[in-house]
Design a protein around this ligand. Structure first.
Ligand code: GUN
Length: 283
């Protein structure tokens, strides 16, 4: 029997309906949740991501302000904008779209965002809070993956072995910490791991976040495993695809997330959730 789909679009719709309801409650009390989005330059992928984020805010009753700057913006000018948004009481979340142009140190800019408004969860204070189990904003993509697991009854992962493929600061590393916090046993691999299949075949949960199509194939998956595909790639025909060989793996896995319609919508949903929570905390 082929794997059941974890439908990120449907789960997002349910969560966004709840976010919109809670945003309306806040607005009635005089506080409309607000997200500031900063886009520097004209990276085509970033433009699409930012457009989708702004549209999702609108639909959920979250006020969004998009600030666009030319690619030659100075670091000092960007830091000044971040400082002004930190001080603006109508802004509850600040998102600086990455990557930034080469003349700007992204660590410095992310570090300048107030941790109280770091709805991307990228600040070292947010990363540190996740590390030590304190309160802080969680990075949206791994947070969304955890929600997808919860949606199929997998909240407590005691006794489960999760294999994460990928070690980025915004997905792989925080994903591993969230899985550990949910009591899973966690192995973190990457594209250079020797005999990756020997590890993934032991996994009850595989999270693929490398950014390369075909990283996980059917022979690498234990029958019945849960497969979460964070990848966003284009196949030879130009179609959107993930890191997982979907057609092959779905014949073996128990659950699988599609691309598109899986993790992608959940990332934006968790951004809305973080922004709402930021506004709720200060109301
Ligand atoms: N670039 C790619 N993904 C992200 C994201 O989730 N947040 C930001 N700020 N930039 C990104």
């Amino acid at each position: 029997m082929p794997a059941q789909l974890i439908d990120g679009k449907a789960l997002s719709l349910r969560l966004r309906a709840d976010i919109a309801r809670r945003a309306a409650v806040l607005a009635k009390r005089g506080t409309t949740p607000g997200l500031a989005v900063i886009l520097v330059g004209d990276n085509p992928a970033s433009q699409v991501y930012v457009r989708n984020k702004v549209k999702a805010c609108e639909d959920a009753g979250i006020r969004s302000v998009l600030e666009r700057y030319d690619a030659d913006l100075t670091e000092a000018a960007l830091l000044a904008r971040v400082a002004a948004l930190n001080a603006d009481p109508t802004v509850h979340g600040i998102l600086v779209q990455l990557p930034l142009p080469a003349q700007i140190d992204s660590h410095k800019v992310i570090g300048a965002i107030s941790p109280a408004k770091d709805v991307d969860g990228f600040h070292v204070a947010s990363a540190g809070a996740l590390m030590v189990g304190a309160n802080g904003f969680k990075p949206c993509t791994p947070y969304g993956c955890m929600q997808m697991l919860a949606s199929i009854g997998m909240q407590d992962l005691r006794g489960k072995h999760a294999v994460v493929i990928g070690r980025s600061n915004i997905v792989g590393k925080p994903m591993a910490l969230m899985l550990l916090a949910a009591n899973a046993t966690v192995t973190v691999c990457h594209s250079g791991t020797a005999d990756l299949g020997a590890l993934t075949r032991q996994a009850d949960i595989v999270v693929a976040a490398v950014g390369k199509a075909g990283v996980l194939t059917a022979d690498m998956v234990k029958p019945g495993a849960v497969v979460i595909d964070v990848g966003m790639n284009r196949d030879a025909a130009g179609r959107l695809c993930g890191d997982v060989d979907f057609d092959g793996v779905r014949q073996v896995a128990g659950w699988i997330t599609p691309v598109p319609g899986g993790v992608g919508p959940m990332t934006i949903t968790m951004l809305l959730m973080n922004t709402l929570q930021s506004a709720e905390q200060r109301t």
